[in-house]
Design a protein around this ligand. Structure first.
Ligand SMILES: Cc1cc2nc3c(=O)[nH]c(=O)nc-3n(C[C@H](O)[C@H](O)[C@H](O)COP(=O)(O)OP(=O)(O)OC[C@H]3O[C@@H](n4cnc5c(N)ncnc54)[C@H](O)[C@@H]3O)c2cc1C
Length: 487
């Protein structure tokens, strides 16, 4: 009998006629979460096999900017002259994670942040004690510390003293993720962890309700791998599986999926098949990036009613979220000639209209009479005083728009501009990565981490760079440790 390869249907152990290999802990997926799960499990004395569908480890973590959200007074924060506390970090992430926040995960993450920094350094990760304070998507050179979310936002800064917490391994610009994974892979290579590349996990193997292995396709054959202690699912998100996106996260459908080609949700489906609950599945990071240069934050976003809807100095995923929420998904930015020299680097939003006055811009772009002009009159009146009573943009970016000609840049998603997206939903897990059923009980032998799980980042609107790689590496370690010792 050939066992089922449908990820949603676990294979019963009695269907396995021959085991290809046996170990203590099987880790599915060799990205950030998988590497850290494997390292931690083996350091607890477990034998580990890492199964990776691609021809090398890395995953989306290697494609990422490598920013890791760490705080509470890390050596890098201190060296750059910033003080921070665990309490402020926790209060900030609680707001950022939104209505679906997992308070337990946030608490253990913040309690463990300094130790996680030390652990990463012990694996060989180098952080450069240099700070970048400009408005950018990442540090543009080799600096390791920067702002990466909405810490200075009005609501957030009332609840928590702001601090920069994105820690990028020392690497040029967006190469932080590649550098992080190269370092973690070197650390894995120093251990006895056995890495099986070109090995795609297809379904989980179950015995008496416990997950005891994984059925894989390797060298064109179906091969069964047995785990004496536990299986950790760390196979990434599902943004490349457009059927899953349509079913679970339809808001992401018209955005550009970013990630590695194996972000197809296989691990999540396997977990669901084993009885696990998938949560937060509709949430995703959807961004539109109007900075750098930072001067674009001095412009104002308006909708087709000519009204503002967000503080323009916010993190780009908050901007993307709110641009998509406007009627007709129409969003524009008004800039003056002091701001605009060329389209923004990432979004490449094009000029829809140019005018010597706001009246001309309003008329030619077809805004209802009196709307855009009223918005700009109010904005300019308060900006001259360094105030933004509606959206509380930081005074660093408040300046009256008074240098004609004025331009209207089109940030609407239907213009085809870049709206990058990835998923933030996954299996419901405990702080130790145990996969939960809908009734809250855990499935023996099954763990999940990284984007196979619903972790720290729960909201596109509140997202900050560093939440995902921070979550994947931190909770990957916890899942690996639990799989190694809890059995
Ligand atoms: C361009 C870009 C920039 C980003 N920048 C940042 C940033 O700076 N900071 C941040 O926090 N987040 C960032 N993110 C998000 C972040 O990179 C990911 O959410 C995170 O790295 C996911 O880690 P992971 O370990 O869960 O998955 P991955 O790193 O994707 O690892 C999963 C691995 O599982 C493998 N796999 C998949 N299916 C199977 C299977 N069936 N069998 C075996 N193996 C399988 C994959 O090939 C992959 O190697 C960025 C994302 C992108 C795309």
């Amino acid at each position: 009998m050939t066992p089922s390869t449908d990820p949603c249907v676990p294979v019963e152990a009695r269907e396995i006629s021959q085991w290809h290999a046996e170990t203590d802990v099987l880790v599915v997926g060799y990205g950030g979460a998988g590497a850290c799960a494997a390292l931690e499990a083996q350091s607890c004395g477990a034998e580990v096999i890492l199964l990776e569908a691609a021809s090398d480890g890395g995953g989306t973590t290697a494609l990422s900017g490598g920013q890791i959200y760490l705080g509470g007074g890390t050596p890098i924060q201190q060296a750059c002259g910033f003080s921070d506390t665990r309490e402020d970090m926790e209060a900030y992430i609680r707001i950022a994670a939104g209505a679906n926040a997992d308070a337990d995960k946030i608490r253990v993450y913040c309690e463990g942040s300094l130790a996680h920094f030390d652990w990463l350094v012990a694996q060989g990760v180098v952080f450069n004690p240099e700070y970048y304070g400009g408005k950018h998507t990442n540090t543009p050179e080799y600096q390791s510390l920067t702002w990466s979310g909405n810490e200075k936002g009005f609501r957030e800064s009332q609840a928590a003293t702001p601090a920069p917490r994105a820690h990028k391994p020392k690497a040029f610009w967006e190469d932080g993720g590649a550098t992080l994974m190269a370092t973690l892979k070197t650390a894995v290579a120093r251990t006895k962890v056995r890495v099986e590349i070109d090995t795609r996990a297809l379904s989980l193997i179950r015995e008496d309700g416990r997950i005891i292995g994984v059925l894989c396709r390797q060298d064109g054959e179906l091969r069964a791998f047995r785990a004496r202690r536990g299986v950790v699912l760390s196979a990434g998100g599902f943004v490349m599986n457009r059927e899953m996106v349509a079913k679970y996260a339809p808001r992401l459908q018209d955005a550009t999926p970013i990630g590695n080609p194996n972000d197809t949700g296989g691990g999540i489906l396997m977990g669901i098949g084993a009885g696990g609950a998938a949560i937060n599945m509709s949430e995703g990071f959807i961004s539109v990036i109007w900075y750098p240069k930072g001067a674009f934050c001095e412009g104002i976003f308006v909708n087709e009613q000519g009204q503002r809807f967000v503080n323009e100095d916010c993190y780009h995923a908050r901007g993307g979220h709110h641009c998509l929420n406007q009627s007709g998904r129409k969003a524009y930015m008004v800039v003056d000639s002091a701001i605009f020299t060329e389209p923004p680097l990432y979004a490449n939003a094009q000029v829809k209209e140019v005018g010597e006055s706001f009246e001309e811009l309003e008329r030619d772009a077809g805004f209802p009479e009196g709307t855009l002009t009223a918005t700009l009159a109010t904005y300019n009146r308060f900006a001259a005083k360094g105030e933004d009573p509606l959206f509380h943009k930081h005074r660093d970016f408040l300046r009256p728009l008074d240098k004609p000609p004025y331009a209207l840049l089109d940030f609407s998603i239907d213009t085809g501009i870049y709206y990058p997206s990835f998923t933030l939903g996954g299996l419901d897990t405990t702080v130790d990565g145990e996969v939960r059923r809908a009734n809250g009980s855990v499935i023996p032998g099954l763990y999940a981490a990284g984007r196979n799980a619903a972790g720290l980042p729960r909201s596109g609107e509140g997202y900050a760079s560093g939440f995902s790689v921070g979550d994947a590496t931190f909770f990957g370690r916890r899942a690996g440790r639990a799989a190694a010792v809890k059995a």
